[in-house]
Design a protein around this ligand. Structure first.
Ligand SMILES: [Zn+2]
Length: 313
């Protein structure tokens, strides 16, 4: 296969996992000398693209030291079980709350099928393969790992999910942010910059914790965020403010819809209007049908996650 990847500065490559569509789900490859690491893997079906990227860049599979997982949602970690079969020297790093789900993914599988349905799981996510315990290391807050001459540091980042870590790369002053620094599709870039909003995915969305996490990450004074959805962006104080404002906006919609008879539908409709409004304010020129198409997947998942949060709080 012909993989699609974007070579960034500082020996970081953004690999398009081609899950659902192009420019939607990224995995990253970091290189330093003869050493390489993946950050996130996409889903099970994304693994051929990751291996083809190694081949295209002449990186030996035995030179991959790490698979670093930001969290275990399947668009980030679903491919880890398959990928590690091809990487003889790689160790998986994941938050302590994620470890058991990698060793025995049956609960995770059931949860995902509960949200997306069996058909979607088979067709778009493929499978979920267990990883043996001895190949997994717990990523604790503040832990550092060495890749060649490069130091990568884990930061505990709850809010999007309790089992979320970000990875701080001092070399590029970049944060591999998984979903914690939001979703930002390149189609919505304008001369005002990037449009960023929060993926309020089920089942652990926690707005106040998330906002504290963002503040903590900004204290590192990052230059870049390596977003899973999608690609690297310059992440400024303004980016952080936009993300926080949109977390608040999403929460306000959820609370206002609390007593509606069809709460899920009401939240979803209002989220769409909200996103179309912020896109207009941002100067996005795409026609509305295209915007709706790009927002579609997030709307369903974000509305579900807000519903779960309302039930919990
Ligand atoms: Zn996620």
């Amino acid at each position: 296969m012909n993989p699609i990847f974007h070579e960034l500065t500082h020996n970081v490559t953004c690999i398009d996992t081609e899950h659902m569509r192009k420019d939607f789900v990224a995995a990253y490859l970091i290189e330093d000398g003869d050493h390489a690491a993946f950050v996130d893997t996409g889903c099970h079906l994304s693994v051929p693209a990751l291996l083809a990227t190694l081949d295209a860049k002449n990186i030996k599979r035995e030179n991959v030291d790490y698979i670093l997982l930001t969290h275990i949602h399947l668009d980030h970690a679903g491919g880890a079980g398959e990928l590690i079969k091809h990487l003889p020297n790689a160790t998986v790093y994941v938050h302590e709350y994620g470890v058991q789900h990698l060793i025995d993914p049956s609960k995770l599988r059931a949860g995902v099928i509960g949200v997306y349905g069996e058909l979607f799981f088979k067709q778009f996510l493929g499978d979920l393969i267990p990883i043996s315990e001895e190949r997994i290391t717990t990523a604790k807050d503040g832990d550092e790992i060495i890749l060649g001459s490069r130091v990568l540091k884990f930061i505990d980042t709850p809010g999007h999910a309790r089992h979320h870590v970000c990875i701080w790369d001092e070399t590029s002053r970049g944060i591999f942010s998984g979903d914690t620094l939001g979703v930002s599709y390149r189609e919505f870039d304008t001369d005002q910059g990037e449009l960023i909003f929060p993926p309020t995915t089920p089942v652990q969305f926690d707005p106040d914790t998330w906002k504290d996490t963002i503040k903590h990450l900004m204290s590192l004074k990052p230059k870049y965020a390596y977003l899973t959805h999608f690609n690297r962006i310059e992440f400024t104080q303004h980016s952080a403010e936009m993300l926080v404002q949109n977390i608040d906006g999403f929460v306000k919609i959820a609370k206002a819809s609390e007593d509606q008879s069809n709460r899920h539908k009401a939240i979803k409709e209002q989220l769409l209007n909200y996103l179309l409004d912020i896109a207009t304010d941002h100067g996005v020129a795409l026609d509305e049908a295209q915007q709706i198409k790009l927002f579609k997947g997030d709307l369903e998942i974000c509305a579900q996650g807000l519903g779960v949060w309302l039930d919990r709080s």
